[in-house]
Design a protein around this ligand. Structure first.
Ligand code: OTU
Length: 638
């Protein structure tokens, strides 16, 4: 017996489907309606949950179905073929390697992107996240995260047609492109925003407008200032309209109002447009903020999950092969809550990232052990992106309760880490900067390139060869953790050759206030070619990273890391499927308790020792896996 809502869903389908069917060929309709057979009821339930109370619910249902049908019909043949295969097989593949970069800084423009295939293939990159290349307002644009129009590129980057061609070329060569859906907000000059301001009733409720401070003043005390540099208020005054508008991030990024089902339909339309450019995955930006509930922090509301689930179901109808990646930099429990088969199968793992930096600063792996032992598990079929740097700042997002359990004061610890990585702490090897320093609370995050944070910049400044070698060892040790933890490794392009922070952005008045630009690397063919010769610190770093990646590709599937005590506070030890990993993240020699005696995959030698040099690491064979070749670069097949 089915419940009333399943009955209602089926009735709605019977009424709405015939109107769509006329747009399809018989074969297309057979495929689309077969998908709807398994997805429609759940989609109906979720839409009913969010919007069932509205007088126009039936109309919204129709609009959402219409968007999904259009997305399906506009999908090109090769993508429809991929859609028929199970989604995300590549997630399990040990040769999957993600990278991220800005299109202009990497390739110049959309048309020239395929010129970088040699570079991508030399690193074994299978997925490339291009930071938002879309049209943006004149003036500041938050590194592309203020989107004026998804269907146009920033003029200097070319046209979407050129991008689509390049995406196709890369796909044929085995590199899937990943693009952002900046689903929490649009730029203030997006057509939807303009229409809203022009008084178009269709768009009146696309954003959160307030005639005076009454509601903003009630909401504000509960909200976390995300970019405190702008003064700590999440609302922006629009003098020409005499209205306040909700702007969680910058004043020119207007939060979308998902209480309005038209917003969801419109965003889904843009999502399917991106999918139909041929991307392999879509990065869902700032997922925690999608739903506002007065009197709460307006982060991680259950309805934010429903919105993502609805988007997933719409994609299931139109472009099922496209994978969703969640971007949530919040409490670790909340970060994980978006990574599940009904929402996003992939998520960034910021806790692992910060824990590696924590261990390098403190020479103590306690936070890292927690990140791997307590907070790495995900539902089956889901995976972390494991990384050390992204285009964003580093925020010390460990759980306060985890710190307290270790006897660590979370506030003081964050202050210490900020001091350490901004280089203010005496003896620190790091040369980063504070990002968004909040004067009242003392909170801050960290900007700076991987190599600059890890000591290469200071070693160069001091012209100290020993410190230089040590910095390279430190970076490789950090990579060893993220490459073998068991997620999908993600590389910020430029980090693999030790690109330092670059402060030239300060000369650009539009960028000067945002020091995240210091670590958004510009690709240099010469620098990469030089490093590829294997000479100097950059060469040793690149060769080291390459050998870690080659080994990872040759291994049978990794899974869940199981940490064990190593007897040394700066050395992390964990087993994962075929391997045991030992990494000394400290700058002193480590004496280990009961290390395994076995085969070292990386150096291809037997290892029986209880000593690790500073930053030395060992990737060791677990019993039964000793014969895996470390020179095999083909995707694993077992
Ligand atoms: C993301 O990051 C992007 O990665 C940033 O580049 C954007 O500026 C921002 O969204 C706005 O679009 O605060 O410091 O929990 O923390 O979305 C980075 C999620 C950020 C937010 C995250 C945001």
């Amino acid at each position: 017996m089915s419940d009333w809502i399943s009955q209602a869903a089926s009735e709605a389908w019977q009424r709405l489907a015939p109107m769509q069917q006329t747009r399809f060929s018989a074969a297309e309709w057979a495929e689309f309606s077969a998908r709807a057979e398994t997805k429609w009821e759940q989609l109906f339930r979720l839409l009913h949950l969010l919007y069932g109370w509205r007088y126009d619910f039936a109309w919204s249902l129709n609009e959402i179905l219409d968007v999904a049908a259009t997305g399906y019909l506009e999908r090109r043949k090769p993508h429809r073929r991929v859609d028929r295969e199970p989604r995300g097989e590549f997630l399990k593949d040990q040769s999957t390697l993600w990278a991220m970069t800005y299109l202009d800084l990497y390739a110049g423009n959309a048309q020239k992107l395929p010129d970088r295939l040699d570079h991508l293939q030399s690193l074994g990159i299978t997925h490339l996240h291009l930071l938002p290349p879309y049209a943006v307002p004149e003036g500041a644009n938050d590194g592309g995260y203020a989107v004026s129009d998804y269907r146009r590129l920033r003029p200097d980057l070319g046209t979407t047609k050129q991008l689509r061609r390049s995406v196709d070329k890369l796909r044929i060569e085995g590199v899937g492109v990943v693009l952002d859906l900046v689903c929490n907000h649009t730029a203030a000059d997006h057509t939807w925003a303009r229409a809203a301001l022009d008084g178009d009733p269709q768009f009146a409720d696309f954003y959160y407008f307030f005639p005076d401070r009454t509601l903003p003043d009630q909401l504000s005390p509960h909200l976390r200032p995300i970019f405190p540099d702008r003064g700590g208020d999440a609302f922006t005054w629009l003098p020409e309209k005499k209205l306040w508008v909700w702007t969680t991030f910058h004043s020119y990024q207007w939060d979308l109002n998902y209480r309005n089902p038209r917003v969801l339909a419109a965003v889904a339309g843009e999502m399917l447009y991106l999918a139909n450019l041929g991307v392999a995955a879509i990065r869902m930006d700032a997922t925690p903020f999608l739903w506002k509930e007065p009197g709460t922090s307006c982060e991680n509301r259950p309805e934010a999950h429903f919105v993502l689930q609805i988007l997933r179901l719409i994609a299931d109808l139109a472009c099922p092969s496209v994978v969703f990646l969640s971007e949530a930099i919040v409490h670790p429990d909340d970060v994980a809550s978006y990574v599940n088969p009904a929402e996003c199968e992939l998520g960034y793992n910021p806790l692992l990232m910060t824990s590696v930096w924590d261990a390098l600063a403190t020479e103590d792996v306690r936070f890292l052990v927690t990140a791997l032992r307590e907070r790495f598990a995900l539902p089956s079929g889901c995976h972390w992106l494991t990384y050390l740097r992204s285009h964003d700042d580093i925020g010390w997002g460990f759980a306060d309760e985890d710190a307290l359990q270790m006897g660590v004061d979370p506030r003081l610890h964050r202050r210490y880490l900020n001091g350490f990585y901004s280089g203010a702490f005496p003896g620190s090897f790091a040369r980063g900067e504070l990002f968004q320093h909040h004067q009242q609370t003392g909170d801050a995050r960290i900007s700076g390139a991987l190599a600059s944070l890890a000591g290469l910049e200071s070693a160069f400044q001091d012209v100290d060869p020993a410190a230089t070698d040590l910095a390279v060892d430190r970076i490789l040790a950090a990579f060893a953790v993220t490459i073998f933890a068991g997620g999908i490794p993600l590389l910020m392009l430029g980090d693999e050759i030790g690109s330092l922070s670059n402060h030239s952005y300060r000369a650009d008045p539009l960028l000067a206030a945002d020091n995240r630009w210091s670590h958004r690397h510009r690709f240099s063919e010469e620098a990469f070619a030089q490093a590829a010769l294997g000479i100097g610190p950059e060469g040793r770093l690149l060769a080291g990273v390459q050998s870690l990646l080659v080994l990872r590709r040759s291994l049978p599937p990794l899974g869940q890391p199981r940490t064990f005590a190593t007897g040394h506070r700066a050395t992390i030890g964990f087993e994962n499927g075929p391997i045991t990993v030992l990494v000394n993240l400290g700058q002193s020699v480590a004496i280990l308790e009961n290390p395994p005696a076995t085969h070292d995959f990386l150096r291809n030698e037997d290892w029986q020792n209880n000593v690790l040099a500073p930053y030395e690491f060992r990737i060791l064979a677990n019993p039964g896996f000793g014969s895996v070749s470390n020179t095999d670069t083909s995707p694993e097949n077992g």
